[in-house]
Design a protein around this ligand. Structure first.
Ligand code: BES
Ligand code: ZN
Ligand code: ZN
Length: 472
């Protein structure tokens, strides 16, 4: 059954418990500490723990009996260094194995570990249950002392928003519904929103957005959100291809299967925008989303067409499946005219990015070393891994076909993610600081805190890094 309440169910499961009365104390023990810790316990408790096989292994957890037949206290394992480096979100794993109850952390962790544990715990509460009921973990956690709970809940809510938007199939997440989601977000945070759609895209000079989206029965559009009246200017641009058939260069079955997620860039920037606005970050935020469906019809754009972009650069279409860079080109031109302090684009732009780094890492490009350093440092602190790729100048030749200024799909496919990034950078000429994330936006299997399906990539790292980046 379709469930309209799944948003509030996620919000509840991704928040901390309020009461601290009658909570179950939860102790965390690493593998190295385990033997010493066991000795400190009473003989009865130690004997029981031994009999369960608990040894402090990563994500192992047991509930200890109390005097009254209830759970008395609980212990969870933090594993060893190796296990921690191979896994993310210990808190998520622990939550998934603990029995129902309201827990409070009894161990002193450093701020970073505590924050990580708490965020993992919240993320484990996420389910996509719009179309079928899903069971959620029954364990709750009282806000641990020393974590910024409001901030973590904002991060979790932004992540949930990104996941929900990606998971919703194109039948319920076309350009119209993506626009509605942008409206809802703008309203929640008293932001302004303007949308140019259909043929107005031509009169207002967004020819590439129109060309890619015109074959769909669902009108293409450009969504423009603005929030915040002072501070540094940050513009986020997200690819909003609600479904990518490939167009006339139709994708084969297997490649088309997951293409509801081709609006993952827009889902991610909306999730990040939520984090920024909910936390009241000091900045003037703008979010631009070209929302289209890349469809097949008599009026579809064609291989060989030469299109003139908003910027005036002409583009030879050598593959209608390289549509993301086209819609982003016009949106980036629009973003660039404002000359913000920083432009960041996010897009499920190329299959080559996935081949290069897999689903776990978010490959990104940066025009300045300082921005790359800031994001990388933040990424390692918040378990949101990113990997820098180069805007490799010598490959500029590959996107120049001769017959037009630019080629949207260089032959051979060498360095496909890099040539796509170079293509985008051609449209950012007035804003020195530009970053681009070529994300996958999908978790291929169930992981702690990250169920199979749509997932945020790079946005938690950016949220962490942005205040410092924008103050430069
Ligand atoms: N949306 C795809 C890229 C994609 C594919 C992302 C699979 C994640 C997983 C994009 O529009 C596309 O089809 N790109 C082509 C470009 C090529 C024709 C130059 C690609 O990557 O194959
Ligand atoms: Zn495509
Ligand atoms: Zn695409």
């Amino acid at each position: 059954m379709a469930d309209k309440n799944s948003k509030s169910a996620n919000a509840k499961a991704m928040s901390f418990a309020h009461s601290d009365q009658g909570t179950i104390k939860l102790t965390l023990v690493s593998k190295d500490e385990f033997a010493g810790w066991l000795e400190s316990l009473s003989g009865g408790d130690a004997g029981w723990i031994k009999s369960t096989g608990f040894k402090g292994g990563y994500g192992q957890a047991i509930a200890m009996p109390g005097d009254d037949g209830e759970i008395g206290w609980a212990v969870a394992g933090m594993g060893d260094e190796r296990a921690r480096s191979r896994n993310r979100f210990l808190g998520a794993k622990v939550r998934s194995v603990l029995p129902a109850g309201v827990y409070s952390l009894a161990s002193d962790l450093g701020t970073e570990q505590l924050t990580d544990f708490s965020l993992g715990w919240l993320l484990e509460g996420y389910r996509f249950d719009r179309y079928a009921k899903k069971s959620r973990p029954k364990a709750e956690l009282v806000r641990p002392n020393g974590v910024d709970s409001a901030r973590l809940e904002a991060v979790a809510a932004g992540e949930a928003l990104a996941r929900d938007l990606i998971n919703t199939p194109a039948s319920d997440m076309g350009p119209d519904e993506l626009e509605a989601a942008a409206h809802a977000l703008a309203e929640e945070h008293a932001a302004t929103i303007e949308v140019v759609s259909g043929d107005d895209l031509l009169s207002q000079t967004f020819p590439l957005v129109h060309a890619v989206g015109r074959a769909s029965t669902r009108k293409p559009r450009l969504i423009d959100i603005r929030w915040g009246s002072d501070g540094p200017m940050l513009t986020l641009v997200g690819k909003g291809v609600c479904f990518d058939t490939g167009g006339l260069n139709l994708k084969p079955t297997a490649s088309m299967a997951l293409m509801k997620k081709d609006m993952g860039g827009s889902a991610n920037v909306l999730g990040l925008a939520h984090m920024i606005m909910a936390s009241g970050m000091q900045c003037q935020l703008r979010v631009l989303i070209p929302a289209v469906e890349n469809s097949v019809a008599g009026d579809a754009f064609r291989p060989g067409d030469i299109l003139t972009s908003r910027k005036g650069l002409t583009v030879e279409i050598n593959n209608t499946d390289a549509e993301g860079r086209l819609v982003l080109a016009d949106a980036l031109t629009f973003a660039d005219a404002d000359e913000p302090d920083l432009i960041i684009s996010m897009a499920t732009l190329t299959g080559a990015a996935r081949v290069a780094v897999g689903a776990d890492l978010a490959p990104y490009y940066a025009t300045t070393q300082a921005d790359a350093d800031a994001v990388e440092t933040a990424a390692s602190h918040v378990a949101d891994p990113v990997w820098r790729m180069p805007f490799w100048e010598p490959y500029e030749k590959m996107i120049e076909p001769g017959i037009a200024d630019l080629d949207n799909a260089p032959k051979g496919g060498f360095a496909g993610s890099i040539t796509a990034a170079l293509f985008l950078r051609r449209f950012v000429t007035e804003t020195p600081r530009y970053m681009h994330f070529d994300i996958y936006g999908w978790c291929p299997s169930n992981e702690p805190g990250r169920p199979k399906g749509g997932v945020g990539q790079g946005i938690r790292a950016l949220f962490e890094a942005l205040p410092g980046m924008l103050s430069k």
